[in-house]
Design a protein around this ligand. Structure first.
Ligand code: SF4
Ligand SMILES: [Zn+2]
Ligand SMILES: [Zn+2]
Length: 312
């Protein structure tokens, strides 16, 4: 198999593009897909400061790597969830990567440790406050990501969600006709009100497999295991179904998600995805000032509850 572009020996075949690439041309393809995503969705410019949420997995570390190589000013944020050896390993991978990009690009890493603030790791905390682990985790990660972005004056927050993630999420939203979520499933969500940072997903044009190949080819040392809490999740089930369809008909995920984005863009411009209704009901949290629909935000409520139930 030879590279479609330069005809030397290819290292990866991409059935959905009916192409194969050598390492150099594949890196060019990946960078080009991210550059196209940034431009077409008006995500950010060269002057902006970008905060990437890094988990130690292939997608987020590859995103940090790609954005720096494309010349964007990008720092990282890692939230240590305190999930035993999974968190220890992922923390170590992030630290190692962050040290390398600090030396090569002057990039910085911000760190938030759940155990330090809540008194317990995410699993124990969720049990003690009687909430599902992943929803507890989601509240904490969203809150900390936004807090660091606003406090440290970043222009935009970027996550490593890829085409597989977004297609699986779309499938879930369609199966349950979650119309409100569908309206907000674009790869670029504007800063709707003061106190909420803009959120973008620059990897939405690249598949999980392509990002794994990018990480391996560029010697990015990432944690291969998924978070143990993800086991048996609906998202993994949707991904499995889509993978089966993709094997039979390459390009299915792309057609599904990109087709959805095209329809959405005709329906309403991306910059107005946050509805007027949302703007009207958001107020600063009386405890921490982050925007919330209630008097006290769900994060502050959770931390207040943790103080009463977590043994210190
Ligand atoms: S799977 Fe792990 S990282 Fe993902 S939301 Fe659940 S606890 Fe958090
Ligand atoms: Zn080539
Ligand atoms: Zn609050």
């Amino acid at each position: 198999m030879n590279c479609t572009k330069c005809k030397t020996k290819a290292v990866i075949g991409l059935p959905r593009h009916n192409a194969a690439f050598c390492k150099g041309c594949f890196n060019g393809f990946v960078h080009d897909q991210v550059a196209r995503a940034i431009k077409s969705e008006k995500m950010f410019g060269k002057e902006d400061r970008i905060l990437v949420a890094v988990s130690g997995g292939k997608d987020s570390l590859a995103l940090w790597d790609i954005l720096l190589k494309l010349g964007y000013r990008t720092d990282g944020l890692y939230v240590d969830l305190g999930i035993g050896s999974y968190s220890e390993q992922s923390h170590a991978k992030v630290t190692k990567f962050a040290e390398a990009v600090a030396a090569s690009h002057g990039a910085a890493l911000h760190l938030h440790t759940v155990e330090q603030e809540a008194g317990a790791g995410i699993k124990e905390l969720a049990q003690l406050i009687h909430r599902p682990t992943c929803s507890t985790c989601g509240t904490i990660k969203r809150y900390q990501f936004n807090r660091v972005a606003i406090e440290q004056h970043y222009d935009v927050m970027a996550t490593g969600h890829n085409l597989d993630d977004e297609a699986a999420r779309l499938l879930g939203n369609v199966l349950h006709w979650q119309e409100e979520y569908l309206d907000k499933q674009g790869p670029s969500l504007p800063a709707s009100v003061a106190g909420f940072a803009k959120k973008v997903k620059p990897l939405y044009r690249l598949s999980e497999r392509e990002l794994a190949a990018y990480a391996v080819l560029n010697r990015i040392d990432y944690i291969v295991e998924e978070c143990p809490m993800a086991k048996g999740s609906k998202m993994l089930q949707y991904k499995e179904v889509l993978n089966r369809l993709e094997t039979e008909s390459p390009g299915t995920k792309q057609t599904f998600y990109w087709g959805f984005l095209e329809k959405q863009s005709k329906k309403q411009p991306t910059e107005t995805t946050m509805t007027e209704k949302d703007r009207a009901v958001l107020h600063p949290c009386t405890s921490c000032s982050q925007p919330t629909t209630a008097g006290v935000c769900s994060y502050c409520k959770m931390m207040a509850r943790a103080k009463t139930v977590v043994p210190r």
